[in-house]
Each structure stands twice: as structure tokens, then as C-alpha cells.
Design a protein around this ligand. Sequence first.
Ligand code: PLP
Length: 286
Amino acid sequence: GVKSGLAQMLKGGVIMDVVNAEQARIAEEAGACAVMALERVPADIRAQGGVARMSDPKLIKEIIDAVTIPVMAKVRVGHFVEAQIVEAIGADYIDESEVLTPADEQCHIHKHTFRIPFVCGATDLGEALRRVSEGAAMIRTKGEAGTGNVVEAVRHARSLQSSIRLASTMSDEELYTFAKDLRAPYHLLKETARLKRLPVVTFAAGGVATPADAALMMQLGCDGVFVGSGIFHSGDPAKRARAIVQAVTHYNNPKILAAVSEDLGDAMVGLTIDSNLQGGRFAGRG
Ligand code: PLP
């Protein structure tokens, strides 16, 4: 449909978190395929705590006016009125995001009723297909946003891939049982097994901070990468942004990866993902 077509256009790209129009211009200049407009990047949401909500529509509109590339904005899980508002102001995509404080612990947004495409996070194949079933046009790994630590994004990408590989070897009888185990709709699992990939565009997100991280996620089979706190919390955002775009384009070329990784200044300070993680684990919410 139209919504999945819009998501297909992002393939091979980098989507960058920006908190104002100036950062949005830097992201566009660096070659971002889209920007995520938000008031606080995940590292600051972790550091500051409190309830994290949809951004001020004025901020989102300023960012829409500042760039020609698509603009995404985050709404809380299950908060369909925040989604109505973000659609009304003319954003291009909605991220129904666990990085914000969940508004509904039972239900995600019924995304089929919106014209605007949604991206949703997932940690495994069952979760991804539940979101697709609700109407998500794009899936991203949850990772652990705001940590600068790629380990959870790797875990989620590998989990998706190994389940898809397993499904692709199964008989129909086995697929019914696997669908039940995954708590996923059979028809979407069957389609995934046939395609040997998710039926929607699948990006990496949550902890990507360096060109090497971005290329790692691409080599693990992702269609593109979200970078949240990793760019504008680094020493030289414009240079790092360009380097990450180059790394995603040339993800299989170690010589280019080496060249673009050189002399980028300080990466964002990372966080250890353990029981003391500031702000808790976002991926486990719900
Ligand atoms: N992600 C978040 C942020 C949640 O709040 C929840 C639960 O409400 C889930 C995922 C899990 O939802 P599901 O079991 O439908 O995948």
C-alpha cells in the first residue's frame, strides 16, 4: 500500500534524532534520509527522568519547515490522540515509541485507522508481527536507546533473523504451532517465512553510536539505521553524522569504514546495561 511504499523509500538510509531546526539542517546536510523530531534525545530522557511525552507541536512544525526530507515524531505507546495530533500537523511518520513513557500497558495504537505510516519497536519476531498486524508500516529493533551501547540492538536483530530462518524451514503444520508460540498472526508468519524477511522495512535502533555500529547492523541484515543520542551527544555531530551515512551506504567495505571512522572526536559517553541502568530498560516495558 501507500504507507509501506513510503517506508520502502527510506531503505539504505540513516534516520537521525534532532531537537531543533538547526540540528535538523545538519542532519539533512549530512545525508540523513529522515529526521526524528523530539524535545529530548533518549540519553536526556534517561538522565532527566519524569514522564516523557509527545513533543510540542510547535517544535515539530519548525523542524518540518527547516528540512525537505521526511520528518518523524514520537508518540507514547497506545496514545492514539498524540498520534492524531502528530498526523494533523503534517509529520510524515509516527514512531510509536517505548522511549517515551507508555500510555497504555495493554493496547498499542490501532494503526490501520491512520493515513500516516507508523514505525514501531520490536525485540523479537512475535512482537514485530503483532505490530505489523496492528498496522505498522516499518519495524525497528528496540535496542536500548540512550545508552550508546549496541548490544541490545544486536540481540534483537539476531533474534528476528534466527526466528525468520527457522520459520522459513517449517511445514504449514509447524508454522501454526510456531505462530501460537510467538503470539503472532499465522498469515503474517507464513508471509514472513515465504519472503525470508519481515514483510515491512526493518531498521536497527537503540544504541547505535559509531559508523562501525551502523555497518554492523547493516551486515546483520537491517535495511537502515536510526541514530538517536549518538550524533548530537558526540564531539563533532556534523562529521559523525556524515560518517554514519557513509558507513550505512558502504557497510560491506572495511576500507571505507576505516576511512570514515577516523578522527571523529569523542563518541557519546556510553552506559552499561545492567540493573543500575539510569532510567531503566526501555525495551522491556509493557
Ligand atoms: N512494548 C511496549 C513499550 C509495551 O508497553 C508493551 C506492552 O504493552 C509491549 C511492547 C508488548 O506488547 P506486545 O506483547 O503486544 O508485543
